[in-house]
Ligand binder design. Structure first.
Ligand code: ZN
Length: 448
């Protein structure tokens, strides 16, 4: 990335380090450590002082997308300059970002509660231990995902901040991995929640408070001021720095969610949520659940009142035993097929190990970052494992198909791809699809 002269991007004012570009993308993709945020803030400020624009480098050659540093009252942010911002004919030299770049502009007018950039995920940063609490009120870096309606909608489609926290927990806990059956995985809701809790113990909200200490997995705690969770939140009060809102988290398995409420499976009362509940926009909404929902609470505007759910992210999961994340009902069907594959090959070839992963963050390829739908790691006896990719081609929007098309070029670098379409699950085709997948996996291993 470079800082360039406004309206004249061929003139360079400064060249950014690779680590600076990584920090900017991490900030925008809600995957930034506090170091990243400090670096991002520094760059945006510097570009503002130089009165320049930041030129991205996510495309291969030609014109690169441009970002304008913006100073709001107390915050700095970036506005994405694309042809649609002005006369479209006049700015053909302002291309959109690559689909895998967190700055990618999504042009559909879908409601903002959905995570429209579902296919855009930053690279995972394993070195990050701090998570963001509720958006800090006097943030110096703007919280672009906030709900200020005066902000233009195009800046509201960053991946959900809570979603980012949930994905990090799921990844740390390995909830997105079904181990080989040889390892005898014990997949039960209680075990999965226990693993998520120990992952949350490794994440910090404040120096003295881990995410786990501020987290409840029991919906009834929401209405019970005497619960251990609410008492801990009270105890934490003096430890919150000025300007940070005191907050707690709930991780709830939910059968369904609506625009402003989640229905916990363990309780008959819905939890009303102040902001719109966010979830990935893929496939039929009626088939999306059940969900694993992460929500956070505050204590009303004066920090004195009863807990109030402020925002929530609902991640669809395969079922309540595995909590295996999926992006749609169709991906749930594909997961079902993959679990069947794992079982059937375990029975037929006990020395063939298959690990199934649903990636939550992007992987790096030589030509850019991408997130495949499913990754199989197969290993026969002592042979080194081979990575295979399974892609679920939902028949959603034209825009989805276009995005998929572009990411496929990247995904090819990660391994051979098996494509699954919705009609592969029709009664007439289901058996055949299973057999083809089995044969494909075996052929891939033979070719090792
Ligand atoms: Zn870009």
């Amino acid at each position: 990335m470079r800082v360039v002269v406004r309206n004249s991007p061929t003139h360079t004012l400064a060249v950014l380090e690779d680590s600076e570009a990584v920090a900017l993308r991490a900030w925008y993709g809600n995957a930034a450590s506090s170091d990243d945020e400090a670096i991002a803030l520094g760059i945006i400020r510097r570009a503002k002082v130089m009165n320049g624009w930041i030129e991205c480098d996510c495309l291969n050659g030609g014109h690169q997308p441009l970002l304008a540093p913006i100073q709001q009252e107390h915050t700095f942010t970036l506005r994405r300059l694309t042809a649609k911002d002005v006369d479209p004919g006049q700015h053909e030299e302002r291309p959109n970002h690559a689909p895998s770049c967190p700055f990618h502009v999504d042009k559909t007018a879908e409601p903002a509660l959905f995570d429209r950039g579902f296919y855009i995920r930053p690279l995972a940063r394993s070195d990050r231990t701090y998570i963001d609490a509720l958006p800090a009120i006097p943030a110096r870096l703007a919280d672009v995902s906030g709900q200020d309606p005066s902000r233009s909608r195009e800046r509201n489609d960053r991946p959900s901040r809570l979603g980012g926290i949930l994905w990090r927990m799921l990844e740390k806990a390995g909830t997105n991995v079904i181990p080989p059956l040889q390892d005898d995985p014990d997949l039960k809701l209680a075990n999965q929640l226990a693993r998520l809790r120990s992952a949350a113990r490794q994440l910090r909200v404040l120096r003295t408070w881990t995410l786990n200490a501020l987290l409840s997995t029991w919906a009834a705690d929401y209405w019970n001021p005497d619960s251990r969770w609410q008492r801990l939140l009270e105890t934490s009060r003096p430890d919150w720095p000025e300007g940070l809102r005191r907050t707690g988290f709930m991780l709830l398995f939910s059968k369904s969610v609506s625009t402003h409420a989640i229905m916990p499976a363990s309780c008959l009362r819905p939890v009303d949520v102040l902001a719109k509940v966010r979830q990935p926009l893929r496939g039929d909404p009626a088939r999306r659940g059940p969900f694993l929902t992460l929500l956070n609470v505050d204590f009303q505007d004066d920090d004195e009142g009863p807990v109030r759910a402020v925002q929530a992210y609902a991640q669809p999961v395969y079922n309540g035993d595995t909590l295996f994340p999926v992006d749609s009902g169709f991906e749930r069907d594909v997961s079902h097929l993959l679990f069947w594959l794992q079982r059937s090959l375990f029975d037929a070839a006990p020395e063939l190990r298959i690990k199934i992963t649903k990636p939550l963050f992007a992987s790096q390829t030589p030509i850019g970052a991408c997130r495949p739908d499913f990754v199989l790691e197969v290993a026969y006896k002592d042979h080194p494992p081979k990575r295979l990719i399974v892609e679920a081609f939902g028949t959603e929007t034209e825009e989805y198909r276009e995005a998929k098309e572009k990411t496929l070029a990247l995904i090819k670098h990660l391994g051979p791809i098996f494509a699954i379409l919705p009609d592969h699950f029709d009664k007439a085709n289901a058996e055949e699809t299973g057999r083809r997948l089995q044969e494909w996996v075996i052929a891939q291993i033979r070719g090792m």
